[in-house]
Design a protein around this ligand. Structure first.
Ligand SMILES: C[S@@+](CC[C@H](N)C(=O)[O-])C[C@H]1O[C@@H](n2cnc3c(N)ncnc32)[C@H](O)[C@@H]1O
Length: 248
């Protein structure tokens, strides 16, 4: 299994340990090949996954077997489904959304998460945008594969267009992919979460409780769905013929 996802899952497990009524059902948003889902299943969570890519979902299905419901959906178009205790999105899955799509996605997720439930995800930071701009070409070897990543950062639009080429070996298969990612400002994310009805508990350095620092490349946003209406105004249930409660 992948060591990052294991560490991240253990962090989430600790985060949710004191939750009442308890976190059991988790939606893995942009689940990809199911690395995070697998770690959460191993820790005893009831996981379901959603991703836009048929190919990714096919790999997730092979990894996870038939016990994990997987849905193909391109966010923010997520159909209504069972309510969950938490939604997570790891490895910069939400960086693929435009700012508008992020806002709508968080609102759609709020409708799928129970009051008091959790929304935890990571996003690239400005330090990552600077890193990508400073490293227009990154090449190396990983798991016997040679890879080349080219990054074109548009700082004005706050986007990074990345080309990824992977060569398995001299005779093996090669593949290339293109990704467009968005770097959101903290203000954009904060407003999107608040407007969707979440309370942001903290923003930390990559699935730790450490605060985000100048070298943090991946920030973890930890939010909970508000228990009261999003307006924050108290709701008084008034029976016909009775006055609303007063402080006296
Ligand atoms: C970098 S991978 C992360 C996968 C997984 N979360 C992980 O931790 O390994 C990003 C995933 O986001 C998915 N994705 C990108 N845009 C999406 C969208 N609009 N709706 C749903 N999934 C999307 C891609 O198909 C891909 O599987």
């Amino acid at each position: 299994m992948d060591p990052c996802h294991r560490r991240w899952a253990v962090f989430l497990d600790g985060l949710w340990a004191g939750d009442v009524p308890g976190v059991r059902a988790v939606l893995d948003v942009c689940c990809g090949t199911g690395l995070m889902s697998a770690e959460l299943v191993a820790l005893g969570y009831r996981v379901s996954g959603v991703d836009a890519s048929t190919a990714m979902l096919a790999r997730a299905r092979r990894r996870l077997g038939d016990g994990v419901p997987l849905t193909r959906a391109t966010l923010p178009d997520l159909r209504p489904g069972p309510v969950v205790d938490a939604a997570v999105s790891t490895l910069d899955g939400l960086n693929y959304l435009t700012p508008d799509a992020l806002r709508t996605t968080l609102a759609v997720l709020a409708a799928r998460i129970r009051p008091g439930g959790w929304c935890v995800f990571d996003l690239h930071t400005d330090a990552m945008m600077t890193f990508a701009a400073d490293h227009p070409v990154v090449a190396g070897e990983a798991g016997g594969r040679h890879f080349t990543i080219t990054n074109v950062v548009d700082a004005g639009r706050r986007t990074c267009d990345s080309g990824i080429e992977v060569v398995v070996d001299r005779d093996g298969e090669s593949f290339s992919e293109h990704h467009l990612q968005y770097f959101f400002t903290d203000g954009e994310v904060m407003t999107a979460l608040t407007d969707a009805g979440f309370v942001v508990l903290k923003v930390t350095d990559e699935y730790t409780h450490d605060p985000v620092g100048p070298t943090t490349l991946r920030a973890t946003w930890i939010a909970r769905r508000r228990r009261e209406p999003a307006s924050g105004l108290p709701v008084h249930r008034v029976r016909h013929g009775t006055a609303p409660p007063t402080d006296r």
